[in-house]
Design a binder for this molecule. Structure first.
Ligand SMILES: C[S@@+](CC[C@H](N)C(=O)[O-])C[C@H]1O[C@@H](n2cnc3c(N)ncnc32)[C@H](O)[C@@H]1O
Length: 222
């Protein structure tokens, strides 16, 4: 008798076929899913974090409804093209378009620009609104007659200089929450953090005569 013992009445075990489908490697699947999720999070969040890493940090803080009302009150009766510099989710551009302005937003964050386009389409003002994904410091605003900025104090002196050079004599600028440091506002609307100030470019543009006077002051009478 051979040494192998078999249980009585049990059939012989079948020889095992090598498995045709490879076993899932759960570790790899989980690592891939976690990596994908982290990448998706990074792609979604990076445009919101990027402004904080720039020389002038201008984060996304949407205007309150009262702030939007104050801006539009200061633009009552105005015509022509309007721009919101750093347009966020497009709320000012969209409200301006509802009131008849051809309204444009420049926004660094592509998610916000695309969301603004979607919102404009939802409320039916997509034909009179445009949203550009663009750095505000690289844009020339000379074509705009109405300019809105909800900025931060650190950027206002530089923006003041830029707008002073670019805007035409008929333009009006509205600053939300933080006024311009050197210009004198013609009107003010609202209170506290919802305050908006309006500036007419006639008051801040350096005309030929003014620059002549300034030069004369500096050099003295000849
Ligand atoms: C304070 S929020 C104002 C948003 C909008 N104007 C409002 O009133 O609801 C400023 C916006 O400017 C954008 N921003 C920051 N730096 C920018 C830049 N260099 N060029 C264009 N947009 C910028 C931010 O992403 C943010 O959406």
């Amino acid at each position: 008798m051979s040494g192998s013992v078999r249980a009585a009445g049990r059939p012989d075990p079948q020889p095992r076929e090598p498995s045709s489908s490879p076993r899932p490697r759960w570790g790899l699947v989980l690592a891939g899913a976690a990596g994908g999720a982290a990448l998706a999070l990074y792609v979604a969040a990076a445009p919101f974090v990027a402004p904080a890493l720039r020389r002038v940090c201008l984060p996304f803080v949407p205007a309150s409804p009262a702030q939007v009302d104050n801006v539009l009150r200061l633009l009552a009766g105005r015509r022509g093209a309007l721009v919101d510099i750093g347009s966020g989710d497009g709320r000012i551009v969209i409200e301006a378009a509802k009131r008849g302005f051809r309204a444009v937003g420049y926004e660094l964050n592509p998610w916000l620009a695309w969301y603004s386009r979607y919102r404009a389409w939802r409320v039916g003002v997509h034909h009179s609104t445009t949203f550009y994904i663009c750095d505000l410091w690289k844009v020339n605003f000379s074509e705009f007659n109405n300019v809105v900025i909800f900025g931060v104090p650190q950027m206002m002196p530089q923006l003041e200089e830029k707008l002073q050079q670019e805007l035409k004599g008929s333009a009006r600028v509205i600053a939300c929450r933080f006024p311009f440091p050197s210009w004198t506002a013609s009107h003010e609307s609202g209170k506290g953090i919802d305050t908006a100030w309006s500036y007419d470019s006639k008051s801040f543009k350096i005309t030929g005569n003014e620059s002549l006077n300034k030069t004369t002051e500096r050099t003295g009478p000849v």
